[in-house]
Write a protein of this length. Sequence first.
Length: 224
Amino acid sequence: MEDSKSILIVEDEAQISRFLQLELEHEHYTCTICADGREALNLALDRDFDLIILDVMLPSLNGIEVLRRLRLEKQTPVIILTARDQVVDKVTGLDIGANDYMTKPFAIEELLARIRLHTKNSAHTQASSLYCGKLSVNPDARTALYDGHPVDLTKKEFDLLLYLVQNRNTVISRETLLDEVWGFDFYGNTNVVDVYIRYLRSKIDNKFGVEIIQTVRGSGYVIR
């Protein structure tokens, strides 16, 4: 039997959140209930939910702002569920990263179908993404993001970054990086590694004001 999918329900109307919880648990989902925007954001960042059902009108932080801040760090599927049905509201939600948008009142069968769709579509993508703080690397899509912003990399830069992230917090020698990224049949010296490390730093560390690619003198490089 597959592990139960976990869903965060962010809804300040107790009757609706309880209804959703009962229906979803009947379908074997594991539910967490939250009625406050700021608390919801903290939960979404701290835990790995399979999907979030997000109301817009919430105390302390509205749903649109919760989604905007969430998308800076995570790509958890989000279905906005709200009484606001204006086109501009839908466009705003979708533009900042919502996966779907449903208005109240809603048919539970349709919501369940959309939940199945988005948890199925996101399973492989989320599993294949690697994270190091605010840096995320997706080997399948060959994309890198820092704090939600795309990092434009050449093929070799991406290969080098991927290997470092796959071995994050481990010091890797220049020789190992040369063998693993450039291949055993590469003819050249280890200076090429230093050159490409500088390229990565210019596109990540220098651009975003961080120091995640570190030099360990006499040993090599590590990403933390």
